[in-house]
Design a protein around this ligand. Structure first.
Ligand code: PHE
Ligand code: ZN
Length: 896
C-alpha cells in the first residue's frame, strides 16, 4: 500500500452514525484454524430515510446476509474496500450476518488470534472489524449477548464481557457458554477468551455494599505468580472509591494474562486482557520495578472502567479523553501507594519519586515526539492509521494536561469537576472539550469572570512551550519581580505551512518558590494568602508578578513539581543550582537542580570529546553528589533518583547537531569520575544498604534500599574499583530475589566483557529458560550492553528462544538495541539492521513494526554522517512494495 493511496481521516469530518444498534447478539463457533461468527443486530434508524447502512469488515469471508430474516442476494448489498453496504427500507429491522475469520493465520494480534494454545481478542482501536461486520467506531454503543461454542478439551474455559448466563454441553461434543454484558459499550471494548487457565480470585464488598468477584486468569502453573496482581486489583477498587467516589459496576471483574500481546493491557468491559508481563510476578522472577509496573497497569485498566468505558470517546481523535485522564489517575494511584503511611516531608518525597520517574518518561519519549516529524496535539487533527496515535503525546502529555487542570482547580475543585463530568456524560461517547467544559464549570465558580479558553489550546497545539523566566530584585523597595514569557514555536508539519501562523499563548500554571541565600524558604504573598509555593497562572505572552517583603536577592525554585509540560529557559549561576540541590524544600525541583548541574557538565564534556585530555569534572558537582549520598534525611529511593545522571538519550536530545558518539563518551566519562571520586562512599553505602535475608516484599522502603544498593554497585563498576567485580559476582550468585540478581548481572554485563559476565549470563539462562518473562530480561540486558554490535544481535536472533512473532521478545532484543543502545545502533550497520527489521516485522505485525519504524524520527537533527545513513534507511523502507498503512504513514511523515 502506498501513501498517495491511503486516505487521511480528519477530525473536522466527524459525522454521527445514522443508526442505533441497541442490541447485538454474537454466536461463535470457535476454532483456531477457522472461526464462524453469526451476528444478529437490532437496528434503528436515527437520521433521514434512505441512508445506507455501512459496516466495517477486514480479512473476513462473508457467508450470508439476511434482512429481517430474508437472505439477501449478492445484488442486494455492496461489498467493497472493507465496507459492507446494506440498503434498508424500514426504520427498524434486524440484520443477520455469518462470516469466517482465521485466528491461527492472524499474526497481527488484532481481532481474534491465537496465543500458545489459547484464543484471545484485541479490538481497540479497529480490531472488531476483523471479527465480524459492524459499525466499528466508538460512538455506536450496544448491549452484547455472546454465545461461545468450542471443544471442551482444548478450550475448557470460555469467557466474554459481563455476566455468565448459562453453560451447557452440546450434543455434538462441544460445550457452550452464554454471556451478557448489561452495560452498553462500543465494539472496541468487546472481548472473548478461550482456553485452559488457572484462576486466583477474591470476593469483595464495594463501598455501596455490593458483592463482587475479582479474578486473575493465567497459564496453568503460573498461578503462584498472580498474588501481587490480585492485591493490586483489590487496592485499585478501594482507591477509586476513596479518591474519586467511583464504584465497581459489575458482579465480576476478570483479568486474563496473554503471552502474545501488542501493548501493555486492554480495558475490555469486565474482561481485561493483559500482556503477561503486567500480571505475573514473584520474588524470584520479577524485579521491584516490574512489581511497580504491574501496580500501575492493573490500576490503569481498572480505572478505565469509569474513565473510558462508562464515559467513552466520540471518535478516535478524542483518545486522550480516556488515556490522558486514566494515566493521570494511575500516576496518582501509584503515588498514593508510595506515600501510604507517611506524612509531611516524607510523604512529599515519596510522591516526588513517582513524579520524577513520570517526568523522565515524558522527557525521554514525548519531548522528542513533540519536536519531530510526528508532532501532534494531544487531540490529533488527522491520521492515516489510528494505531499510530497511541503515542507518548496522547498518553503522557495528555496526563500532564489533566494534571494541570488538577493543579489549577485544586484537589477538591478537580473532584467537583469529575463529579460534574459523570453527572453530564455517564453512558455517553463524548469529546475532550466536554471534559474541559465540566472542569470549567468549577473554574468559573472559583474565578468569576474568567474561563479556560486559553487552556483549551493545549488540546489543539502541538510542541513543547518554552517559558522564559526573568527575575529582578530591588533592594530599596525589597521587592522581587518575576516575569514569565512563553514561546510556542511551529513544530512538525506546521513548519511546512507558509506563512507561519503565530501560535497563541497557552494557560500555563507555573509553581514558584523563592529561597534566601542561606537556602531558607521566603514566605510569599499572593492572591491574599501567604505560602512557600505560589501558583502563577500565565495566560498571555508575557506577565510580571511582584512580591514584596523580600529581604535579599532570592534564588528562585522554578516549575515546582513540574507544574506544566514546558521547557524553562533561565539564566542561572552554578552556585544557585548548588544551593537548590542542598536546600530546596520542593523535592522535585531539588532533583531538577541536580539534573541541571549534571547536564551542564555533560554538555561541556560533549564539546571536548575530540580533545586529547577530557576535562576534569567540576569539584563542586562531586561535592554536591557526596553530600546528597551521605544525607541521612533523604530516603534511599529519592537518593537513587537524585544521584542518577541524565540518561545518554536525554543528553543526546540536548546536543546540536545530535551526536550519539559524543553523548555516549561524555556520559561514561562523568559516571567514571563520579565513581572514582566517591569510591569509598559508594562502597560504604553499598555495604550499609545490603539486604537482610528476611522475607522479600516489594514495599517502597525495601525496594528503595535495593535500588540505592544497585546504584552504588553501578558507580563502583564504572570506576573500575578493584572490589567491584567480586561484589557483583557475589551479589549475582547470592541473591534471594530478582532485583538483587539483576543488579549483579547487569553490573557485570554492562561494565566488564569478562569471563565472569559470560559465565553469569550462561548460568542465568540455564536457570530461567522456562520462564519467558525472565528470558526477555536476559535478551534485553545483552541488547543494551555497551559492547553489543549488530553481529551480537544477529546471533542472538538465531538463538532457539528468539522469535519475531512474540512482541515481548522482539521488544526485548530488537527494540532494546535499536532504541536504547546508542553506541551499537548509531553505525551504518546499525541503521541497515533497523531498516531490515522494520520490513520483516511489517509482514507479521504492522502495529509493532510501526513502533520500531519510529526509532529515528529525529534523524534530521543528527550530525551529517548519521543523518544521511538514517535517511537512506527510511527511504529503503518506504520503497518496499508491500508496506502496511501503519509503517507507510510513519516513514512518509519522517521523510517529509
Ligand atoms: N487502551 C489500552 C490502554 O491504554 C491500550 C491499548 C491500545 C491496548 C490498543 C491494545 C491496543 O489501556
Ligand atoms: Zn489506557
Amino acid at each position: 500500500m502506498h501513501t498517495d493511496t491511503v486516505p487521511t481521516i480528519s477530525r473536522h469530518d466527524y459525522q454521527p452514525y445514522p443508526y442505533h444498534l441497541p442490541r447485538v447478539s454474537l454466536e461463535f463457533d470457535l476454532n483456531a484454524a477457522q472461526t464462524r461468527v453469526h451476528s444478529r443486530l437490532d437496528v434503528e434508524r436515527v437520521g433521514d430515510e434512505n441512508q445506507p447502512l455501512r459496516l466495517n469488515g477486514q480479512d473476513l469471508v462473508l457467508e450470508s446476509v439476511a434482512l429481517d430474516g430474508r437472505t439477501l442476494s449478492a445484488e442486494e448489498y455492496q461489498l467493497q474496500d472493507e465496507i459492507l453496504t446494506i440498503f434498508p427500507t424500514s426504520a427498524s429491522f434486524t440484520l443477520q450476518i455469518t462470516s469466517l475469520c482465521k485466528p491461527a493465520e492472524n499474526s497481527s494480534l488484532m481481532g481474534l488470534y491465537v496465543s500458545g494454545d489459547k484464543l484471545f481478542t484485541q479490538c481497540e482501536a479497529e480490531g472488531f472489524r476483523r471479527i465480524t461486520w459492524f459499525p466499528d467506531r466508538p460512538d455506536v454503543m450496544s448491549r452484547y449477548r455472546v454465545t461461545l461454542r468450542a471443544d471442551p478439551k482444548q478450550y475448557p474455559l470460555l469467557l466474554s464481557n459481563g455476566n455468565l448466563l448459562e453453560e451447557a454441553d452440546l450434543p455434538d461434543g462441544r460445550h457452550e457458554a452464554v454471556w451478557e454484558d448489561p452495560h452498553p459499550k462500543p465494539s472496541y471494548l468487546f472481548a472473548l477468551v478461550a482456553g485452559d487457565f488457572a484462576c486466583r480470585e477474591q470476593a469483595i464488598t464495594t463501598q455501596g455494599k455490593r458483592d463482587a468477584l475479582l479474578q486473575i486468569y493465567s497459564d496453568r502453573g503460573s498461578e503462584t505468580k498472580t498474588e501481587w496482581a490480585l492485591d493490586c486489583l483489590v487496592r485499585s477498587v478501594q482507591w477509586d472509591e476513596q479518591r474519586f467516589g467511583l464504584e465497581l459496576d459489575l458482579d465480576r471483574f476478570m483479568v486474563v494474562a496473554a503471552r502474545d500481546f501488542n501493548m501493555g493491557a486492554m480495558e475490555n468491559k469486565g474482561l481485561n486482557i493483559f500482556n503477561s508481563a503486567y500480571v505475573l510476578a514473584d520474588k524470584d522472577s520479577a524485579t521491584d520495578s516490574a512489581y511497580r509496573a504491574i501496580e500501575a497497569v492493573i490500576g490503569h485498566e481498572y480505572f478505565h472502567n469509569w474513565t473510558g468505558n462508562r464515559v467513552t470517546c466520540r471518535d478516535w481523535f478524542q483518545l486522550s479523553l480516556k488515556e490522558g485522564l486514566t494515566v493521570f489517575r494511575d500516576q496518582e494511584f501509584s503515588a498514593d501507594m508510595l506515600a501510604q503511611d507517611l506524612s509531611g516531608a516524607e510523604a512529599a518525597s515519596a510522591r516526588a519519586v513517582k513524579r520524577i520517574d513520570d517526568v523522565s518518561t515524558l522527557r525521554i519519549a514525548q519531548f522528542p515526539e513533540d519536536a519531530g516529524p510526528m508532532a501532534h496535539p494531544i487531540r490529533p487533527e488527522s491520521y492515516q492509521e489510528i494505531g499510530n496515535f497511541y503515542t507518548a503525546t496522547v498518553y503522557e502529555k495528555g496526563a500532564e494536561v489533566i494534571r494541570m487542570q488538577h493543579t489549577i482547580l485544586g484537589e477538591a475543585g478537580f473532584r467537583a469537576g469529575i463529579d460534574e463530568y459523570f453527572r453530564r456524560h455517564d453512558g455517553a461517547a463524548v469529546t475532550c472539550d466536554d471534559f474541559v467544559s465540566a472542569m470549567e464549570s468549577v473554574y468559573i465558580q472559583q474565578n468569576p469572570g474568567k474561563d479556560l479558553d486559553a487552556f483549551r489550546r493545549w488540546y489543539s497545539q502541538a510542541g513543547t512551550p518554552r517559558v522564559k523566566v526573568d527575575l529582578d530584585y530591588n533592594a530599596e523597595t525589597r521587592t522581587c519581580s518575576i516575569t514569565l514569557g512563553q514561546r510556542n514555536e511551529a513544530v512538525g508539519i506546521e513548519r511546512l505551512q507558509s506563512p507561519l501562523l503565530p501560535k497563541p499563548p497557552l494557560h500555563i500554571p507555573f509553581a514558584l518558590g523563592l529561597l534566601d541565600q542561606q537556602g531558607k524558604a521566603i514566605p510569599l504573598e499572593h492572591d491574599g494568602k501567604t505560602a512557600e509555593t505560589v501558583l502563577l497562572e500565565l495566560t498571555e505572552e508575557q506577565q510580571t508578578w511582584v512580591f514584596s517583603n523580600i529581604p535579599q536577592k532570592p534564588v528562585p525554585s522554578l516549575l515546582r513539581n513540574f507544574s506544566a509540560p514546558v521547557i524553562v529557559d533561565v539564566e542561572r549561576q552554578e552556585a544557585d543550582l548548588i544551593l537548590l540541590a542542598q536546600h530546596d524544600t520542593d523535592p522535585f525541583a531539588r532533583w531538577e537542580a541536580v539534573q541541571e548541574l549534571a547536564t551542564r557538565q555533560l554538555l561541556a564534556l560533549t564539546r571536548s570529546v575530540g580533545e586529547e585530555q577530557q576535562p576534569e569534572v567540576d569539584p563542586r558537582i562531586i561535592e554536591t553528589w557526596k553530600r546528597l549520598l551521605l544525607d541521612a534525611d533523604l530516603s534511599a529511593a529519592y537518593k537513587t533518583r537524585i544521584l542518577s545522571q541524565p540518561t545518554e538519550k536525554e543528553l543526546l536530545e540536548k546536543t546540536s547537531p545530535m551526536d550519539p558518539a559524543a553523548a555516549v563518551k561524555a556520559s561514561r566519562h562523568l559516571r567514571r569520575q563520579l565513581g572514582e571520586a566517591l569510591a569509598s562512599d559508594w562502597l560504604s553505602v553499598y555495604r550499609n544498604s545490603a539486604g537482610s535475608d528476611e522475607q522479600y516484599t516489594p514495599d517502597p522502603l525495601s525496594s528503595g534500599r535495593r535500588s540505592l544498593h544497585n546504584l552504588c554497585l553501578y558507580y563502583l563498576m564504572a570506576a573500575g574499583h578493584p572490589e567491584a567485580k567480586p561484589l557483583a559476582v557475589a551479589q549475582y550468585y547470592g541473591a534471594t530475589n530478582m532485583t538483587d540478581r539483576m543488579g549483579g548481572l547487569s553490573a557485570l554485563v554492562h561494565f566488564s566483557n569478562s569471563p565472569e559476565s559470560q559465565e553469569a549470563l550462561n548460568h542465568f539462562y540455564e536457570q530461567w529458560q522456562q520462564d519467558p518473562l525472565v528470558i526477555d530480561k536476559w535478551f534485553a540486558l545483552q541488547a543494551s550492553a555497551p559492547g553489543t554490535t549488530v553481529e551480537t544481535i544477529k546471533s542472538l536472533m538465531l538463538h532457539p528462544a528468539f522469535s519475531l512473532r512474540n512482541p515481548n521478545r522482539a521488544r526485548s532484543l530488537i527494540f532494546q538495541f535499536c532504541m536504547n543502545n546508542l553506541q551499537g545502533v548509531h553505525t551504518s550497520e546499525g541503521y541497515e539492521f533497523w531498516a531490515d527489521q522494520v520490513i520483516a516485522l511489517d509482514q507479521l505485525n504492522p502495529e509493532i513494526a510501526a513502533r520500531l519504524a519510529r526509532a529515528f524520527d529525529s534523524w534530521a537533527r543528527f550530525t551529517a554522517t548519521n543523518r544521511d545513513a538514517m535517511q537512506a534507511g527510511l527511504q529503503r523502507i518506504q520503497q518496499h512494495p508491500t508496506l502496511s498503512r501503519n509503517v507507510s504513514e510513519i516513514v512518509s511523515k519522517a521523510l517529509n
